[in-house]
Design a protein around this ligand. Structure first.
Ligand code: APR
Length: 233
């Protein structure tokens, strides 16, 4: 891969699938048991906070039992070795990129492992349950919610993401269906800026047509192969 210096990687649920975390839109995915409107909107939370807190308590507990897979590890290897700019923008709320050792990670949809206090606006690291309305470590108010971005809410750090895409020579999308905006639009933003685009996904996605190149297969194989190409190993 000659002439590539700055890279933006976008990851979605597909990169964590082989770690045993359900994707959203596959059969048996977690939306099967719950309607999106019930567990992933501010309105759903206002309507039935117990249901939502219990749902995220279960997810938070589950992800802590999962391990990074070779795809996360390959991106961590890229992060450690890459001298140019790199930003791993993930839509995932698990911490498997970090546990694999990646550092240049941005969680645009938040993280399961933070609590967000709606009283004082502080975010605190959080691994336990929230169903019993524990107090905020910062202000003591019993007003914590999961620090995940729900439908109808603004994803985090959009300016930083667009800034990175503007500087990029290569945009790579891994394991995401291209169904949820604004992330689904990044490939077209990149193309308008004449950034090279590559998709690595199990199957063709809704967005495949927009990429210069689309490779199909499991992330645990495709990502290490691609990282080897980039690092020339
Ligand atoms: N390797 C590579 N890709 C895979 C694998 C795998 N082992 N398994 C599944 N995939 C692909 C699927 O083919 C699918 O295209 O990963 C994609 C997962 O798509 P979604 O389930 O829609 O997940 P994602 O794109 O991350 O969803 C985006 O939607 O509900 C919201 O906020 C939530 O961040 C999430 C966002």
């Amino acid at each position: 891969m000659t002439g590539i210096r700055n890279i933006v990687v976008l990851t979605g649920a597909g990169i964590s699938a082989e770690s045993g975390i359900d994707t959203f839109r596959s059969e048996g995915g977690l939306w099967e048991q719950h309607r999106v409107e019930d567990v992933a909107t501010p309105e759903g939370f206002a309507r039935d906070p117990d249901l939502v807190l219990r749902f995220y308590d279960m997810r938070r507990e589950a992800i802590q039992t999962k391990l990074p897979n070779p795809a996360h590890q390959a991106l961590a290897r890229l992060d450690a070795a890459w001298k140019g700019e790199l930003l791993i923008v993930t839509q995932n709320v698990d911490d498997l990129h970090e546990r694999a050792g990646a550092r240049r990670v941005l969680h645009m949809h938040g993280t399961h492992l933070n609590a967000w206090c709606t009283a004082c606006d502080t975010r605190s690291p959080w691994t336990g349950p929230m169903i019993d309305r524990p107090p905020c470590p910062s202000c003591g108010a019993r007003a914590l919610r999961p620090d995940v971005v729900w439908f109808g809410e603004m994803p985090y750090e959009m300016d930083r993401i667009y800034g990175a895409i503007r500087q990029a020579d290569l945009f790579v999308s891994i394991g995401t269906s291209g169904a949820v905006y604004p992330a689904a639009g990044f490939v077209r933003d990149a193309r308008e800026l004449r950034v090279r685009t590559l998709e690595l996904n199990l199957e063709r996605s809704q967005g495949s047509q927009w990429f210069h190149e689309s490779r199909q297969g499991p992330a645990s194989r495709l990502v290490p192969e691609w990282v080897n190409e980039v690092l020339g190993g």
